[in-house]
Design a protein around this ligand. Structure first.
Ligand code: CLF
Ligand code: SF4
Length: 289
């Protein structure tokens, strides 16, 4: 596990881990359309609710298209100087898509100075984490919504694991066990880890402190408690108020650092958090157009 000092150096420049988010930006590559679970708050018509606000990704990119986009954005005088991180965050689960690995390999080879970042539901983390580490993954986000499978079962509709379909507590048990096993290995490898938790009032409120202490113990650096965006099966949930969200963050900040400026970005976001650039391919390729 990395020391606090090593971690402080590692997060320099990463806008979602405490690096100056007014100065440093990120670029998401939407190369991962498939998902292997079903969260009750996810409508597959939208971007992944783990990492993005509702609104369809303009387009799924192939790894080849993604690397072309990175070249164009990095050559742009507007975006190039601010982009420090290349992330894959959907619109499905990155680990359920081989394209994620292919894309990271290409980006690392051509732009070794950019930090590679990924956000996942964690189901396939135990079997993927070493491979991601070898590819040079810098930072990892895992969305953990429950510690107890009985609560997880109220959030996850199904889990498809190694070709088998699980529902209820059975599915949640596998998912939660894999999230913690994967996080443990990521901590041992010294990755920079963030845990996202979708605060779903009336369902997982009492799980938040349990998640906070468990993930801290496993080596997570920061926690991002996000308000549910009610959709799909959980459309009836009333999202938490700003006050309630702040109070929950406050209660848990003694256990693990809390990230409070998340904007629930799109899977194809580019730029500073909360100030995305609308870069068309042509604009990025030709700065004077
Ligand atoms: Fe992207 Fe996520 Fe990496 Fe950041 S976003 S994959 S950790 S580079 Fe950041 Fe956006 Fe919030 Fe995500 S503000 S949704 S936490
Ligand atoms: Fe939707 Fe993301 Fe959950 Fe998959 S992991 S069901 S894409 S919110």
């Amino acid at each position: 596990m990395a020391t606090a000092c090593e971690m402080k150096n590692k997060i320099q420049g990463h806008p979602c881990f405490g690096g100056n988010h007014h100065k440093n930006g990120r670029m998401h590559l939407a190369v991962a359309p498939n998902c292997n679970i079903k969260c009750g708050y996810c409508s597959r018509k939208h971007d992944c609710a783990n990492e993005s606000r509702p609104g369809v990704t303009s387009r799924i990119l192939t790894p080849q298209e993604a690397i072309v986009k990175v070249r164009e954005v990095m050559a742009s005088p507007i975006a190039g100087p601010i982009i420090k991180v290349v992330g894959i965050a959907g619109p499905g689960d990155p680990l359920a898509n081989e394209e994620t690995f292919e894309t990271f390999a290409m980006v690392k080879k051509e732009f070794p100075h950019l930090m590679l970042c990924m956000s996942t539901n964690g189901l396939l983390l135990p079997e993927s984490i070493d491979r991601l580490y070898e590819l040079g993954l810098h930072s990892l986000t895992v969305t953990v919504n429950a510690v107890d499978p009985e609560i997880g079962a109220l959030i996850y509709r199904h889990v498809i694991y190694h070709g088998r379909h699980y529902t209820g507590v059975d599915g949640a048990k596998i998912l939660i066990a894999n999230q913690f096993e994967g996080l443990k290995r990521a901590g041992e490898l010294g990755l920079t880890i963030k845990v996202n938790t979708v605060l779903t009032p009336g369902i997982n409120d009492n799980q938040i402190p349990l998640i906070a202490s468990r993930v801290k113990e496993l080596g997570a650096f920061v926690m991002n408690i996000m308000p549910i965006i009610p959709q799909a099966e959980l459309a009836h949930i009333v999202p938490p108020s700003e006050e309630y969200l702040s109070a929950i963050r406050k209660v848990n900040e003694g256990t693990i650092g809390q990230f409070a400026h998340c904007k629930q970005c799109r899977a194809d976001a580019i730029g500073l958090i909360g100030q995305d650039l609308n870069i068309s391919v042509a604009e990025a390729a030709c700065p004077t157009s």
